[in-house]
Ligand binder design. Structure first.
Ligand code: KIV
Length: 269
């Protein structure tokens, strides 16, 4: 009798096989409760290192530690049943060598129970992507605007505005695809370039500020829910969570001050 439990979550090959098919729905999530909601609709959930900026008030993702990614990764895996969970490898945990990347990616997978990791970089990370995938670690690549390199790029700038630079991004996409990545995030890239790369590569492209022609889309959950005061221009905002929270907190403060707050006998009745 087999003691193995069947995999019920969306698998890496299922995502890879969606190339050119039904668009892939994905969002970020950092907590068990939001992940449980997103899980009903998303094919994969990314525990993005954007959590450093969105949740922890950091100025960039550069300072995000591995242990923080693992803590949030565990919460998202606990809160979900269906979606593939992908956890970002934070800056400084994979660039040094394929062996260092393997050690840290294996730690993320063992401790969180996630199904894949994501790392930033094209051609320069191809050797590492091959090393990880050959050893059982599925890798999602991330090219174009790569926030962990924002200091080198001089900020968060849309890539490919100058057509002369397109070849670099096309080579990056080809290199990570050939190295074994199962999907690529195309972030902050001019529309025709993202559409062109989507046609060229064999693996699904996941756009964020890129092109509607990508094989799937991802957004930062807090951005699309309207929780952040500032959101990038390309984000379609579907909720008004920021103002809704403010209204609720304002009403609560008024109730406390007016002493219209329920007493213990009413609450525990
Ligand atoms: O960290 C993140 O949330 C990401 C997405 C924006 C793709 O990498």
């Amino acid at each position: 009798m087999s003691t193995q439990t069947p995999i019920r979550r969306t698998t890496v090959p299922q995502i890879a096989n969606r190339k050119g098919g039904e668009p892939i729905v994905s969002l970020t999530s950092y907590h068990a409760h939001t992940a449980a909601i997103v899980d009903k609709y998303a094919d994969f959930i990314l525990v993005g290192d954007s959590l450093g900026m969105v949740m922890h008030g950091m100025e960039s993702t550069v300072g995000v530690p591995l242990d923080l990614m693992i803590m949030h990764g565990k919460a998202v895996v606990r809160g979900t049943k269906k979606a593939l969970v992908v956890v970002d490898m934070p800056f400084g945990t994979y660039e040094e060598s394929p062996a260092v990347a393997f050690r840290n990616a294996a730690k993320i997978m063992k401790e969180t129970g996630c199904g894949a990791v994501k790392l930033e970089g094209g051609k320069r990370m191809a050797e590492t992507i091959r090393f990880l995938t050959e050893r059982g670690i599925p890798v999602m690549a991330h090219i174009g605007l790569t926030p962990q390199s924002s200091h080198v790029m001089g900020g968060f700038k849309t890539q490919g505005r100058d057509e002369d630079t397109w070849a670099i991004h096309e080579e990056d996409a080809q290199a990570v695809s050939e190295a074994g990545a199962f999907a690529i995030v195309l972030e902050g890239m001019v529309e025709p370039l993202a559409a062109k790369i989507t046609k060229q590569v064999a693996i699904p492209t996941i756009g964020i500020g890129a092109s509607a022609d990508c094989d799937g889309q991802i957004l930062v959950l807090e951005d699309m829910l309207g929780l952040n005061e500032w959101t990038p221009k390309f984000v379609k905002v579907y909720g008004d969570l920021g103002p809704a929270i403010e209204r609720a907190v304002d009403q609560y403060a008024k109730d406390v001050k007016d002493r219209s707050f329920p007493g213990e006998d009413e609450v525990y009745r």
